[in-house]
Design a protein around this ligand. Sequence first.
Ligand SMILES: [Zn+2]
Length: 407
Amino acid sequence: MTLRLYSSLGREVREFKPVTPGQVKMYVCGVTPYDVTHLGHAFSYVQFDTLRRYFLAKGYQVRYVQNVTDIDDDMILVSKRQGGRPIAEIRDENDAILRRDLDRLNVLRPSAYPYATDHIPEIIEATAKLIESGHAYEVDGDVFFSAESFERYGALNGLSHADLGKLENPESKRADKKRGHLDFLLWQVVDPGDPNWSSPWGPGRPGWSIECTAMSVKHLGTQIDIHGGGNDLIYPHHENEIAQAECAYGPAPFCGWWMHNGMLQLDGVKMSKSLGNLVLARNLMAEFEPDHLRLYLLSHHLRSDANFVHGDMEAVAEKYGRLKAVATSEAAGGGATTDHTLTRRFDEAMEADFNVPVALAALDEAAGRIASGVAEMGEAAALRSALATLGFGFAGARGPANGDVTP
Ligand SMILES: [Zn+2]
């Protein structure tokens, strides 16, 4: 197959070639479980789950790692607001809700699901390496990465250091202590009473981005094929990850394909906790079948800023009913041949930059032909097989919804 995928690094579509033939190493940024997640998270994880499944269907071995950021400003703030409630308890409560939602959406469980707080030694090791190699420096217990020391800093965003400096930066803490405006924390001194770990620079806790570097290197090695996450992470988080990994561990590029999902909107406004305009996956799944929601989410391309409007679920109901009826019919029971016209059309769409909406349109057309009795031989079986590749439980896809929770 010739799969072509868009990478944010270089902003181009390129033929996919993994570092190790036959294997795909994927890392997707997980959540900070200080609160419940919303439909935007479900959009991201369903999209990357479907990409992972497509690789599996094509015979690749896939290792999929998704982290949990269980120590950061938000976690500490929520813990304080809840009277000093242990962070691990807050994490476990919110994580259980997210996992239940993703299980119902038939998202395969990650091959590894690391917690940042379980990787403090690896974070300290990466930070020490960066200091040793001259890419980081310590100021009174805080350790900063020196953006100036890495020439390619900014490449992911396609911006010069000067232009990056104009962007909003949630990691711009400790401006008074750092040498360069773009420098960011690898290790930080904590406020009295906040969770901390001992380190060569005194007690403290990790910066944000270094956590993902430590976890991806530990669980996938120093070079990976695909790094996923929301496009709100491109700066500074992913720009920082590239700098850290390539300066501490060497091989470049650290990641071959940077894939970023768009931001889900509600009535044209980005869904966010701060605006309070959240739609929750679990509320939709109280009313609609989880596969129905999966179909809605996959009806938008990975990179699109899908705009959720009330009534959207109803709008895909007819298509959902048609696809499900064919996939569960007796005619779909026969084995699908891989050279069926429908399978080829499906693959063509998927190989052209993972165009799931176009693939789904081809499947819906086929469902229409089958329903009117003018389908080709074997079309129902080919349809069912494609829907299974897209992760639909009703079409027999493996996954938690069908009792398979082993990655
Ligand atoms: Zn991350």
